[in-house]
Design a protein around this ligand. Structure first.
Ligand SMILES: Nc1ncnc2c1ncn2[C@@H]1O[C@H](COP(=O)(O)OP(=O)(O)OP(=O)(O)O)[C@@H](O)[C@H]1O
Length: 659
């Protein structure tokens, strides 16, 4: 799909969308989170783009929701769906569901919904979904001990773009390279020409470095997985508890993730741990070993009586010879034992392997001295050896782990995508279960609802009284005050919006015409001034002139102006709609309107079946072809029939006036 062919996507937005992975796939699947990864695109804008793309694909004009109230109803049902999504991502994705007149779009969603409704929203899956989110790239961290080198300016630019973590240096010749090798622990040379050049230090010639980022900067892959680890684990848990087919070996993924620390370092390798400890503890271990030798030797000297002949003493004093020669003569064995103890102590304390131990033993020379002193030069060599071994092991482990994880990257993307897709399905499944929904049947003209319950009423859903209502063509809906007229219009609108979104509806059954638009005019909050009245009339002029297959719902239009004029205007509008358009006009002036109309307009009524403790008992389902009596009429009737003090027949006469 040409990105710029989507309405609202200009050159700039198209370029931004191109910067994400697989923008076409994201658009096709309504993957709002992926689209929102494009720079400067918020999830709200991403959802709008996804909707526009779907509209373009299904040739939808985007005019289904023709009025503010119709749009409010759509928003309200979306809210109900979104409340049932666990993740923000699923909530954003639900924004791509909109009512449409396009049969192909409705069919596409319905197919998906049929599967979604079968999904069991079990608490374990919902719990596991809590941690799932789209995978993100962590901020780039500079790596200072490694650099790239090339003699070619073009490659230099390419490498800079490909590896923002590293310095990329221009080198002219082997001498330049040697200089770099002194400043960096590792130099990766991009030019084949340098192969075979002998330079001290860790210099690697890798002409294919740009194609192997995880070898050059394994830190990037490790940081990505460290950053997203909990999300990946949560997605993996969703697959396990919901028994989804996993796109990769989850046990292997778990094992590899367990080897990663939060900061992207590799953990759990005994040999690396040993080397790290050995480097860190070296000085302390040398000093302990020294003390061990000296304590032993001191003890041996203290316990020893040394007999020295006068000539020897003289020679010692005259030659200025130290006590060492005496030590070597008298305490040779003890000294050797003390040195051995120091060496063993050092090797054991640092858990050195045989090669390292061989060097470590030389840290305590055989020559008899007291106190025993280590050879700093040897200790430094040992430190260098251990540090090199530690760094080599760490980078090998990093590279190995990064290579394994890089191989799992696509699988992880898929894993998270599938978990989030399950969340969207479960939101629909929970909506359908919470509101006892069924998929509607598209057929005939008008709407027929059986057992419909509005989820937007201000009472518990369990207390909503189900409504049966079938309506086709222009109809007046009369009824007692607070009988549920507005709620019936809302139910018709909810059912229409959900059906045309491809979603299930809160009813036992629904048959509905395939509409192209919903006009829902809510009750005006009082009489309009001349300007607003004119604007409203213009709106209706546009409405009567529109195409067929529209559902028109109007609530107490009479409140816009005085009753007599209102009845005439409503009658006129109904006449224009007569024929093909289903319109339900709630009105307290149903009788007057039907008299003013020049055709036999249908009147349905929501009736009160009586008064109980001063409260009206209402039959919520509108009765066909019945002009419902008004609340005042009902009260007068009650007084006329039940009251004992209607001595002069006042209530009786009053009741007669209603006929
Ligand atoms: N099907 C229903 N089940 C339970 N309660 C309902 C139902 N329909 C309406 N109600 C209750 O009745 C109240 C009044 O409903 P609604 O506003 O739709 O009546 P109305 O006939 O439009 O009133 P008005 O004459 O003031 O315009 C609602 O707030 C709701 O609590």
């Amino acid at each position: 799909m040409e990105l710029e062919s989507i309405s609202g996507v200009g050159e700039k937005t198209a370029a931004r969308l191109q910067s994400i992975e697989e923008p076409e796939r994201a658009l096709r699947e309504g993957d709002v989170a992926a689209l929102a990864r494009a720079p400067g695109i918020t999830p709200g804008r991403a959802a709008a783009i996804a909707r526009a793309a779907i509209r373009a694909e299904h040739d939808d004009s985007g005019t289904f929701l023709a009025t503010d109230r119709a749009r409010e109803i759509h928003r309200a049902v979306l809210d109900l769906l979104q409340e049932r999504a666990v993740t923000d991502d699923a909530a954003h994705r639900l924004e791509t569901l909109f009512p449409t007149g396009s049969a192909s779009r409705i069919e596409e969603v319905r197919e998906w919904v049929e599967t979604a409704m079968e999904r069991e929203p079990d608490p374990e899956t919902l719990d596991a979904l809590v941690g799932v989110g789209p995978l993100e790239s962590p901020p780039t961290e500079r790596i200072r001990e490694r650099c790239l080198a090339t003699a070619d300016a073009e490659r230099h630019a390419e490498a800079q773009e490909a590896f923002p973590e590293l310095s990329v240096e221009i080198v002219e010749d082997a001498r330049g390279l040697a200089d770099l090798a002194r400043g960096y622990a590792t130099v990766i040379v991009l030019d084949e020409a340098f192969a075979g050049v002998d330079i001290d230090g860790d210099v690697r010639v890798m002409p294919d470095a740009l194609d192997n980022p995880e070898e050059v900067v394994p830190e990037r892959t490790l940081a990505f997985f460290a950053h997203n680890r909990e999300r990946i684990r949560a997605a993996s848990a969703v697959h396990r508890v919901a028994e989804l087919d996993a796109p990769l070996d989850l046990a292997a993924l778990d094992d590899r993730l367990a080897e990663l620390d939060d900061d992207g370092t590799v953990i759990g390798d005994e040999e690396l741990d040993r080397l790290e400890r050995a480097v860190a503890d070296l000085d302390a271990a040398v000093s302990t070993a020294e003390s061990v030798a000296n304590d032993r030797l001191r003890e041996a000297i203290e316990e020893r009586d040394v007999t020295i002949e006068g000539a020897d003493l003289l020679s010692l004093v005259e030659q200025g010879a130290g006590v060492d020669s005496l030590l070597s003569r008298e305490l040779e064995d003890e000294h050797a034992a003390a040195i051995d103890a120091a060496r063993d102590q050092l090797v054991d304390a640092l858990a050195l392997d045989s090669g390292e131990a061989e060097l470590a033993t030389r840290a305590f020379p055989e020559e008899p001295t007291f106190p025993v002193e280590h050879d700093e030069g040897i200790v430094n060599r040992l430190r260098d050896d251990l540090t090199v071994a530690r760094d080599r092991r760490a980078s090998r482990l990093k590279r190995d782990l990064a290579a394994d994880l890089a191989g799992m990257r696509e699988g992880c993307d898929e894993l998270v995508r599938a978990a989030l897709a399950r969340d969207v399905e479960l939101a629909v499944s929970r909506f359908a279960r919470d509101f006892d929904c069924v998929l509607p049947e598209f057929a005939g003209s008008g709407i027929a609802i059986e057992g419909g319950c509005s989820p937007l009423l201000d009472c518990d859903f369990a207390e909503v009284e189900p409504i049966d209502y079938e309506v086709s063509g222009p109809t007046l809906l009369s009824g007692v005050n607070s009988g549920g007229k507005t709620s019936t219009l809302d139910l018709l609108a909810i059912v229409t919006v959900l059906s045309h979104m491809g979603l299930p509806v809160p009813a036992d059954s629904v048959r509905i015409e395939r509409y192209e638009a919903l006009h829902y005019q809510e009750k005006s909050q009082g009489t309009l001034d001349a300007g607003a009245f004119e604007a409203t009339l213009r709106e209706f002029a546009g409405l009567v002139g529109g195409g067929t297959h529209r559902l028109v719902l109007v609530d107490e239009l009479e409140s816009i102006t005085e009753p007599g004029a209102s009845a005439t205007i409503i009658a006129g509008i109904l006449e224009e709609l007569a024929g093909s358009t289903t319109g339900v006009f709630v009105s307290h002036l149903a009788g007057e309107i039907s008299e003013a109309a020049e055709f036999a307009v249908s009147i349905d009524g929501i009736e009160a079946v009586g008064l109980e403790n001063g409260e009206l008992v209402v039959e919520r389902s509108p009765k066909k072809n019945v002009l419902a009596r008004s609340t005042p009429e009902l009260i007068v009737e009650k007084l006329a029939t039940e009251s004992d003090d209607d001595t002069d027949g006042f209530y009786e006469k009053l009741l007669g006036k209603f006929e």
